[in-house]
Design a protein around this ligand. Structure first.
Ligand code: ADP
Ligand code: MG
Length: 676
């Protein structure tokens, strides 16, 4: 139970801070009680009985010099009966309310905390902390254990005095003692919202620990060796010459940044960020070609098999004519074929290996992996584990592969400074030429007929359409069986509406082979309308599709809507995105649809998303592989984060031993848990 709460050593207890406080420093005369506030009273039990009013309850009457009060228990133990024996002197603490069930008494406390006292016993001199806890760890035990840690531990400050004063921070010992046991009259509001100066010190330390560990990881990476991937440039030149287009300036700039990284003997750790459709794939292909011409293997990973397959087809189309051996690793390969593919990878004949994250990470031994590319990498943890694993295979002074990540999701500045601090970022901030912005329309479900007419018109002109529908409400977990029936029902409905068109169905529960088949016939133009769940969300590229219809659009998140819309507008034709919404719209749904209607800039959308939702949910921060913040709040504490970042650099430089102790204190065991 304690481990679950992260409580192992004394320092874990010291940093286990109260959620709120109870004021037991005062005793209120019963005559002065007011309903709706927590209060402590002291008196003698003058009556106790078990009554049945609907259910069994225990009611005791407490009397002091000024009046009487009821203590009521709807659940109780025999021990409580003993504690409340007539004649006992007790202190009772809890929320006071008007005695609804008894007309003869003014007030009562339901489920008060009661303790026996001697007449005239002193009251506590500090507020009573209420700690976060779990079943099996009694609050009273936690209080005692933490008080002991406060007594026993020599709380040395890891911040040098000068630095602490420059940042205007309280000494650590003072902050901890204050927060665990604030004096009577402390500002409870500022303690509750953690804007109290004593909280500021704690939040600073937490952010500092995070910054220190990220910085240390970065330094450690800089110590590792990797293979400089240079080569003679023949393959990359031929690839560039064979492309049906020339790179945009942004693509060119990002490619040269990658080129420089690859040529270094420190492993690359770079994220390429570019809005949907900005052309990240070709940049990845160039990086792969560079590794290959230098004599090494490249692994290209995508989160889903559909996307991996699409990469495989596209990149194979580019690289195979140039003599590159590309291997496709899919879950649905026949065992014999899979073994053969794995053997080619292990033997080194396969130069480019394409597959899903899961497949490549778990099952494949590379002969000489030089570069790993991870597409649509929202979950940074995967990449980190991969990099770690690269080190693990070859031993401690291993040669680590270069790592290139691609993402369409922009990272807000605060996240970039925290979770993603150990990352170089390149941005493709320009769209390929000739793109016409997608026209977005908001249409009520009541006007669905107009949308059907639009689909028929597009198909008549030889174009294709997506029809996307969410299967479950945004708050529900997707259930496989539910998804299957809903997808099938959706398909039947659409077919009834558009009987003369060729429809395909794509959803998450289809066997991989059928998924690929549906995707392929859509790409080949054999299907007019692809009815799909959000499996098309990420990365699918069919330039002839010019219409995206999103049903129940109000149920999708902003990032999802943006990704979905990005599936069209990939060719030279004018494309449309129709957001079909159901009425009435909730306030937030209306707000979201308004954002997507007003702008098609992924960065602006991410910014507005952050405003609407807060950063916690974004980018699956939980997966980030860095301990989550318990006390600081990235959005509210940005200024504090900035000074912690500067302090981290200074501390590592001037007082590395203190820095080490600081991280140990805050992250030590938690880090080990996360790594496992
Ligand atoms: P994303 O960044 O979303 O992964 P893709 O790499 O799938 O985008 O590229 C989107 C489309 O744009 C593809 O059809 C691709 O071939 C095309 N494309 C990429 N770069 C250029 C360019 N410089 N000029 C013209 N078309 C390009
Ligand atoms: Mg892509």
């Amino acid at each position: 139970m304690l481990a679950k709460l992260g409580l192992h050593a004394d320092w874990d207890y010291l940093l286990h801070l109260p959620l709120r406080y109870e004021d037991e420093t005062r005793i209120t005369p019963i005559a002065q009680l007011a309903p709706g506030v927590d209060a402590q009273v002291e008196g003698e039990i003058v009556d106790v009985e078990i009554v049945r009013r609907g259910r069994r309850q225990l009611i005791a009457r407490l009397r002091d010099a000024s009046g009487e009060l009821l203590l009521r228990y709807l659940h109780f133990y025999p021990s409580q009966l003993k504690q409340l024996a007539v004649g006992r002197r007790v202190r009772a603490f809890g929320p006071v309310r008007g005695g609804a069930l008894s007309s003869d008494f003014g007030f009562e406390i339901v489920h008060p905390r009661v303790r026996p006292v001697e007449h005239g016993a002193p009251v506590p001199s500090a507020l009573t902390p209420v700690y976060p806890t779990a079943a099996g760890v009694p609050q009273a035990w936690l209080r005692m254990r933490i008080a002991r840690a406060l007594r026993d531990v020599d709380i040395d400050d890891t911040l040098p005095g000068a630095l602490r004063e420059r940042c205007g921070l309280a000494p650590l010992a003072e902050a901890l003692r204050y927060l665990h046991a604030p004096p009577p009259g402390a500002d409870l509001t500022r303690l509750a919202d953690r804007s109290h100066p004593m909280w500021t010190r704690i939040k600073f330390d937490e952010l500092l620990a995070q910054q220190l560990s990220l910085r240390t990881a970065r330094l450690a990476r800089a110590q590792r060796r990797s293979l400089p991937l240079a080569g003679d440039g023949a393959l990359t030149r031929r690839l560039l010459a064979a492309l049906p287009f020339t790179l945009t300036q942004a693509q060119q700039r990002v490619w040269s940044e990658i080129e420089a990284d690859l040529a270094a003997s420190v492993p690359m750790h770079r994220l390429v960020q570019g809005d949907v459709g900005s052309g990240k794939t070709v940049v990845a292909a160039l990086a792969a070609a560079r590794a290959i011409e230098a004599g090494y293997q490249t692994a290209l990973m995508a989160p889903t098999e559909i996307l991996a397959e699409q990469h495989f087809r596209r990149i194979a189309l580019w690289l195979e004519p140039l003599g590159v051996r590309v291997v496709w690793l899919a879950g649905r390969l026949k065992p014999a074929d899979k073994r053969a593919a794995q053997a080619h990878v292990a033997g080194g004949e396969a130069q480019l290996v394409v597959g899903t994250h899961a497949l490549i990470q778990q099952k494949v031994a590379f002969a000489k992996l030089g570069l790993a590319i991870v597409d649509e990498q929202h979950r940074f943890g995967v990449a980190q584990r991969l990099a770690l694993r690269g080190a693990g295979i070859d031993g401690a002074d291993a040669v680590a592969p270069h790592l290139l990540m691609l993402s369409a999701t922009p990272i807000p500045r605060t996240l970039a400074m925290s979770y993603y601090a150990d990352l170089d970022v390149s941005v493709i901030d320009e769209m390929p030429p000739g793109r016409r912005p997608v026209v977005t329309k908001l249409v009520s479900t009541r006007r669905r007929d107009e949308v059907l007419a639009r689909i028929r018109a597009e198909v008549a002109r030889g174009r294709q359409a997506y029809w996307v529908c969410p299967l479950v409400d945004e708050n529900e977990e997707a259930d496989a069986k539910l998804e299957l029936t809903a997808a099938t029902r959706m398909y039947e409905q659409t077919r009834a509406l558009l009987p003369e068109l060729r429809l395909g169905l794509l959803h998450g529960q289809l066997p991989a082979q059928e998924k690929a088949a549906a995707m392929q016939s859509f790409a080949a133009g054999a299907i007019d309308v692809l009815v799909a769940t959000t499996v098309v969300e990420v990365g699918v590229d069919v330039p002839n599709a010019t219409l995206m219809v999103i049903e129940h659009a109000q149920r999708f998140g902003l990032a999802q809507l943006h990704q979905l819309r990005g599936r069209v507008g990939r060719g030279a034709e004018q494309s449309y995105c129709v957001l079909l919404f159901d009425e009435p719209l909730s306030e937030t749904a209306r707000e979201r649809l308004k954002v997507i209607f007003e702008t098609d800039d992924g960065f602006e959308i991410a910014r507005r998303d952050l405003l609407l939702r807060g950063p916690g949910e974004l980018l699956g921060a939980r997966q980030a592989g860095v301990p989550l913040l318990r006390f600081a709040d990235l959005e509210r504490d940005t200024a504090l984060l900035e000074s912690a970042r500067d302090a981290a650099a200074e501390l590592l430089e001037r007082a590395p031993e203190a820095a080490r102790r600081h991280v140990e204190r805050w992250i030590g065991r938690r880090q080990a848990m996360l790594d496992a």
